[in-house]
Ligand binder design. Sequence first.
Ligand SMILES: Cc1cc2nc3c(=O)[nH]c(=O)nc-3n(C[C@H](O)[C@H](O)[C@H](O)COP(=O)(O)O)c2cc1C
Length: 369
Amino acid sequence: MTQPHLFTPIALRGLTMANRIAVAPMCQYSAVEGCAQDWHLQHYGSLAASGPGMIVIEATGVAPEGRISPHCLGLWNDATEAAFARLVPALKALGDSRIAVQLGHAGRKGAGGRPWEGGGPAREGGWETISASAIPFDTAWPAPRAASREDLMRIKEAFTDAARRALRVGFDAIEVHSAHGYLLHQFLSPLSNQRKDEFGGKLSNRMRFPLEVIGAMRSVWPADRPLGIRISATDWAEGGVAPEDAVTYAKAFKEAGIDYVCVSSGGLVPYAKVPVAPGYQLHLAELIRAETGLPVRAVGLIATAQQAEAALAEGKGDMVAIGRGFLDNPRWTWHAAQALGAEIPYPPQYMAALGKYWPGAKLARPESP
Ligand SMILES: Cc1cc2nc3c(=O)[nH]c(=O)nc-3n(C[C@H](O)[C@H](O)[C@H](O)COP(=O)(O)O)c2cc1C
């Protein structure tokens, strides 16, 4: 039987994923001083038992002030490393998913509150933020401090140090967060970067700091493991990053050693006009894929197995990331396989749901995605 595109393996450097489905990185706002908790074990554990090719652990700060909120994960000291050293081997023992971590620095969008507590800047436990320029994200947000050269050196070192720690705890891949208006994106966009030095101005200058970070991380991350990146391929705002700029910097990222791009969009300015609809970022993924030749992961309101399969069949991506679909249904992968008629491994402990190894009638499966 021919497997659908979604269920064929894909290799990135020395890493092979059993299928093209990734769990999109999704902040859980449930860490304590950057350390993963039992919540993370059950949340990612349930997903790891359910067969996606890759799970991308949520945005993880490379420094305390690089977190999106005081409740976000981090990887900057021995305690945060030890928490991951408990989590990552457990996830690998639960299934065959490759485990990646999204490493990032939130810049001017750091020190935020939990969404379910109203979002905006955190009411307690915040810090002074830093960015390319001293331009606040929004009127309710404090102005960040413009990063000095020393700050940039320190942040670059934090990214490399986190990569070394990621290797020690056994992550299979790193995904650099350069999307959604966080620090690296703040350097890339002229709306947030108005520096007058070699890190601001024309695009080749604005991408200098992200490129330095990527180069430094690549030098400590093993040659057989993929280093991916997530980008916002448009700011959806006048004067901001446009898709052709994203093509230019994605090509430069490839030269610097990036192995795949997850193509997202927006997040830089609150007034962006995002045409949210099913598959609304697929044309951006298709463009980046065609122009750079890099393996691309498409994301954004891909909800059904058929939609995901069509995106791959039509050349709009090499992989898909599913976010909210997995929150709603951690078994998305199994149900997608069923909907597309693919054969995939299934944990024997749960085979009773298929009518196997259990006397009596076969139980009805829930609706497929
Ligand atoms: C609760 C939640 C947390 C998120 N956290 C992150 C994150 O840590 N890093 C990131 O790049 N995107 C984050 N996102 C965006 C998702 O990765 C994804 O791109 C987005 O939800 C669109 O995909 P979907 O329509 O399949 O949910 C988050 C989204 C949600 C819903």
